[in-house]
Ligand binder design. Structure first.
Ligand SMILES: C[S@@+](CC[C@H](N)C(=O)[O-])C[C@H]1O[C@@H](n2cnc3c(N)ncnc32)[C@H](O)[C@@H]1O
Length: 392
């Protein structure tokens, strides 16, 4: 059970004595937890619990939220990842923005200095008090998102997707605050919601933007008509590379053909946004099948993990086992699309032996099930450039 912070806890944790106490708890985190509690009790009395919980949460969220932030366990879990918040903030640059579910301030932190004017609000007084410490100088008020105390602002909202009993919900009417009621406010609005949300449940959203970070789809951002710039967008963010965007306004000429030298499994944001054809067309790729998201081509796009096809043929377990044996493959990654194959159940049946690694792509094509034995290569485009460029 997570510790329930009080306003008095927040005032203490924000003080110099509180900060020192949290810093003093950090060296105890790696050791015996009961002993840590005992030591802190002797040192701090009833302050031990909030101090220890804060040290633990700060440790758990290192790199995700700025160092030294005050958080509750739920707020830590719900905080928007910094690159995702920064991307949204950039789209709102120069606007007057009101974050109506600001929690402990992750989005406000990204919007500060980017928005023309900025206001934060939330119903939870403890989270607001923490936000006051985390993002000093940003005006904050306690208010219901359904009656926002601002005019002519763009509303940013990130409703909680758990019911009062803590269960995850997919019904927008059960979000806190409820999605439909939020959309009824007379403001331009961007709502961050779960990537799996059916856009048909939010008919007011003029643009649906799927956002991924380092290969994991993080959210579907719903943009109201006054803010939308396209109908569907995939935004692929990366802490390693440049990232990219694809929209439904782009050319989608992407025929179906036999596999080339490479297979590309597009980022989940591109797939979920229904923009595989546009992404393929942009990079001169073609589709392996009308109904599958796999693309193929003679050269993969930059900044992706792609699969060089070593050999392929009609999939049966027996032929795949023989091929992997011949290639001395001892470790295999198995990707499956359109076939009822469980990679974890299949792997032991392949009786792998050898020193080589391979990626096996299994796909149901119009012609039947096909197996591609591949070598996975990260950023083959860069590899090609460095291999063909003259030495300096
Ligand atoms: C998912 S969290 C927001 C997280 C935030 N975007 C961040 O990155 O830290 C949802 C927040 O909505 C707040 N909330 C729920 N119902 C609300 C309402 N009707 N009005 C204002 N805030 C509400 C909760 O207290 C919670 O802090």
């Amino acid at each position: 059970m997570a510790y329930a912070f009080t306003l008095a806890d927040v005032a203490y944790l924000a003080s110099e004595a509180g900060r020192d106490a949290v810093a003093g708890a950090v060296p105890l985190l790696g050791g015996d937890r009961l002993k840590a509690v005992q030591t802190l009790r002797e040192r701090l009395g009833e302050r031990a619990a909030p101090v220890l919980e804060t040290a633990l949460l700060q440790d758990r969220t290192r790199g995700r939220v700025p160092d030294g932030w005050l958080l509750t366990a739920d707020a830590a879990e719900q905080a928007t990842a910094a690159p995702v918040a920064a991307h949204r903030a950039a789209r709102l640059a120069g606007r007057d923005v009101h974050d109506v579910t600001c929690s402990v301030g992750a989005e406000l932190h990204a919007l500060r200095g980017v928005a023309r004017r900025l206001l934060g609000s939330d119903l939870d007084p403890v989270r607001l008090a923490m936000a006051r410490v985390n993002v000093p100088g940003v005006p904050l008020v306690r208010a219901d998102a359904l009656a926002p105390p601002s005019r002519d602002t763009v509303l940013v909202a990130d409703p909680a997707r758990r019911t009062a009993s803590g269960r995850r919900t997919w019904r927008p009417a059960d979000f806190a605050p409820p999605l439909d009621e939020l959309a009824a406010t007379p403001h331009d609005l961007v709502v961050s919601t779960a990537p799996g949300l059916d856009p048909a449940l939010a008919p007011w959203a003029a643009e649906v933007e799927l956002v991924s970070l380092d290969g994991r789809v993080r959210e579907a951002a719903l943009w109201s008509a006054g803010l939308a710039t396209t109908r569907r967008r995939a935004t692929v963010l990366s802490t390693r590379g440049a990232g990219f965007e694809v929209t439904d306004a782009e050319d989608d000429t992407c025929p179906v053909a036999l596999s080339g030298e490479w297979i590309v499994d597009p980022d989940g944001a591109v797939v979920r946004a229904g923009l595989v054809r546009q992404y393929g067309a942009r990079h001169g790729l073609w589709r392996l099948d009308e109904h599958l998201a796999y693309l193929s081509g003679d050269a993969p796009p930059p900044d992706v993990r792609a699969f060089r096809v070593l050999e392929h043929g009609r999939y049966t377990e027996k032929t795949l086992r023989a091929t992997l044996r011949r290639r001395a493959v001892g470790r295999v990654e198995i990707l499956v699309r359109g076939l009822d194959v469980d990679p974890n159940a299949l792997r032991p049946r392949l009786k792998l032996a050898g020193s080589q690694e391979a990626t096996v792509v299994l796909a149901r094509l119009a012609t039947g099930p096909e197996a591609y034995v591949c070598e996975a290569v990260w950023d083959a485009a860069a590899e090609r450039v460095s291999a063909t460029s003259d030495p300096i």
